[in-house]
Ligand binder design. Structure first.
Ligand code: HEM
Ligand code: HEM
Length: 180
C-alpha cells in the first residue's frame, strides 16, 4: 500500500484522516441533536427532525470508533510521535476522547439491551424489547448526557489547541499532519 494510505511519521494517512474528519462531521450533527433535545421545546420541528437521528448517528459513531481505534493501533509504529511532557499530555487528551467516544454510546446501548423498547439501527432491529426492564442496566445511562457534554468540551478544547496553539501561535506543522 502506498504511504499516503497508511500513516507515516510526518502525516496521518488517508484512512486516518477520513475517519478523523468524517467522524468530526458526524459528532457535529450528534451534538446539534443533543443541543436541540436539551434546548428546544418538544413541539419544535427542527428538534424532532434532529432528535430522530440521534440513535442512528450515535450508533454509527460507536461502530466507527472501533474501526478508527483498530486502524490507529495497526499504524502505531508509523504514526507521528508525541515526545516530551506536553506530548504525553496530548496523548492523554486523545486517550480521554477515545474513552468517552466508547463509554458515552455504550451506556445507552446497555440501557437499551435491558429495556422494554429494543434498539433499531437505521430501521433494522438489533435488540429486541424485553417484557420487563432490567434496573441495573439503566443506571450507567443516567450519566449519558453529562458524559456526552464532557466529550463535547474535550473536543472543543482539542480543536482550539489544534487551530490556535498549533495553527496560529506555534505554527509547528501539527495541524498539517491531519489536514489536506
Ligand atoms: C458518541 C455518541 C453519542 C453522543 C456524543 C451522545 C450525546 C448525548 C448528549 C450530549 C445528550 C444530552 C442531551 C440533553 O442534554 O438533553 C444525549 C441524550 C440522549 N442520548 Fe445520546 N449520544 C450518543 C449516542 C447515543 C446512542 C447510541 C443512543 C441510543 C442508543 C443515545 C440515546 C440518547 C437518549 C435516549 C438521550 C436522552 C436521555 C439522556 O440524556 O440520557 N445516544 N446524548
Ligand atoms: C476543527 C476540529 C478539529 C481539528 C482542527 C482537529 C485537529 C487535529 C490534529 C491536527 C490532530 C493531529 C494531532 C497530533 O498529531 O498530535 C488531531 C488528532 C486527533 N483528533 Fe482532532 N481535530 C478536530 C476535531 C476532532 C474531533 C471532533 C474529534 C473527536 C471526535 C477529534 C479527535 C482526535 C483524536 C482522537 C486524535 C488523535 C489521532 C487519532 O487517533 O485519530 N478531533 N486532530
Amino acid at each position: 500500500m502506498s504511504n499516503s494510505v497508511l500513516d507515516n511519521p510526518d502525516r496521518y494517512g488517508a484512512v486516518s484522516r477520513s475517519l478523523h474528519w468524517g467522524m468530526a462531521v458526524l459528532f457535529l450533527i450528534q451534538f446539534c441533536s443533543a443541543a436541540a433535545h436539551w434546548g428546544l421545546p418538544r413541539e419544535n420541528a427542527l428538534r424532532e427532525m434532529l432528535w430522530g437521528y440521534h440513535t442512528d448517528v450515535g450508533l454509527t459513531l460507536f461502530l466507527l470508533v472501533f474501526l478508527r481505534g483498530a486502524w490507529g493501533l495497526a499504524n502505531m509504529s508509523r504514526r507521528p510521535t508525541h515526545p516530551g511532557a506536553l506530548g504525553r499530555a496530548a496523548m492523554a487528551g486523545h486517550l480521554a476522547i477515545y474513552a468517552l467516544m466508547i463509554i458515552v454510546p455504550s451506556v445507552r446501548v446497555l440501557a437499551a439491551a435491558g429495556g422494554t423498547r429494543g434498539l433499531s439501527f437505521w430501521g433494522i432491529e438489533v435488540l429486541q424489547p424485553r417484557g420487563q426492564e432490567v434496573t441495573w442496566m439503566q443506571i450507567p445511562a443516567e450519566w449519558h448526557g453529562e458524559m456526552g457534554w464532557l466529550l463535547a468540551a474535550l473536543i472543543l478544547g482539542h480543536a482550539g489547541i489544534a487551530l490556535f496553539w498549533h495553527g496560529s501561535i506555534k505554527r509547528d506543522g501539527t495541524l498539517q499532519r491531519m489536514v489536506g
